[in-house]
Design a protein around this ligand. Structure first.
Ligand code: AMP
Length: 311
């Protein structure tokens, strides 16, 4: 499946490209620097819709001053080449001035979910995501949009946004794509040195430890202690949070939570100067889950061993 997608740099070019598509339309929103995780979203989209639109946009409103907005990798040519292999029809890759021709006067408060965990560390982040998601939904008008479980809090926020604002789109979550060593694929993994990359494996090991304890029927506090313990003994890993939360509200789950309740074990840690997040859905009370390890190898047989090899 090799077909170069139409590249739309402006709203007008996007509108023209959309006019030529008949049938159902899926959207995959990305910030580019694509890896096998992003490509898995596109494959899923391709399987469920007639056409796939991929947006590539490093959205300034979801970065706070001092975060890596300027440094964020921008690799459009390689991204388009990768997308040609997986069946994207249109790539919408606008400049910030095209998306925000005027400073928006409307802001979106995604509510309590935007103030905990990722929101506590990055207070303006999920509001910025809600704004860009709503805008791109308006520009693309997809029937279905795909988001990765990798950003579990973002996925939960988007589901709630769509539900609460009655946005006419279906949301599909896609499991985390990991490297063979367990590290969740991320565009930011390229910031890791070789030694840091080894330390980064502690995150998935911590999730595995938490899942094992959950499978043993143990309560939330013991699941958390097991996961946190793995991170804390690893040199070079500075834990930001480890938490067990409701998959939709991100309210914390505790020891009185009923067995059988679905939860997500979420974590964030700094490895060197790179902030990594990871998570694993599980069930409180011992239903076997197993660490998500979707697509450790790309569908075409190449190993999905990080951002570079995934191109
Ligand atoms: P980003 O470019 O980081 O904004 O990510 C774009 C989309 O790809 C988001 O929905 C992410 O959750 C998803 N994504 C990023 N990394 C992965 C991964 N390793 N597995 C699955 N989805 C991912």
């Amino acid at each position: 499946m090799t077909a170069t997608p139409v590249i739309a740099r402006t709203r007008e070019e996007l509108a023209q490209a959309l006019d030529s598509l008949e049938g159902s339309r899926a959207l995959v929103m990305t910030m580019g620097a694509l890896h096998a995780g992003h490509l898995q979203l596109v494959r899923r989209a391709h399987a469920l819709a007639d056409h796939v639109v991929v947006s590539i946009f490093v959205n300034p409103t979801q970065f706070a001053p001092g975060e890596d907005f300027e440094a964020y990798p921008r690799t459009l040519e390689a991204d388009v080449a990768a997308l040609s292999e997986v069946g994207a029809d249109v790539v919408f890759a606008p400049e910030p001035s095209e998306v925000y021709p005027v400073e928006p006067r409307i802001s979106i408060d995604p509510g309590p979910i935007a103030r905990v965990l990722e929101g506590a560390t990055r207070p303006t982040h999920l509001g910025g995501v809600a704004l860009i998601v709503t805008k791109v939904f308006g520009l693309v008008r997809p029937d279905v949009a795909f988001f990765g479980q990798k950003d579990a809090q973002q996925l939960a926020m988007v589901r709630t946004l769509v539900r609460d604002l009655d946005l006419p789109v279906r949301i599909e979550g896609v499991p985390i794509v990991r490297d063979a060593d367990g590290v969740a694929l991320s565009s930011r993994n390229r910031y890791l040195s070789e030694a840091e990359r080894v330390h980064a494996r502690a995150l998935s090991r911590g999730l595995n430890a938490g899942v094992s304890v959950a499978e043993g029927g143990r309560p939330a506090s013991q699941i958390l202690a097991a996961a946190r313990g793995v991170l804390e003994v690893e040199d070079g890993v500075d834990v930001d949070y480890v938490a067990l939360v409701d998959p939709l509200t991100f309210d914390e789950i505790n020891d009185v939570t009923a067995p059988g309740t679905p939860a997500v074990l979420v974590m964030a840690a700094r490895v060197g100067s790179t902030r990594l997040i990871d998570n694993q859905p599980l069930t409180i009370g011992g239903v076997a889950a197993g660490l998500q390890a979707e697509c450790v190898h790309e569908a075409d047989g190449r190993p999905a061993d990080g951002t570079e090899a995934a191109r």
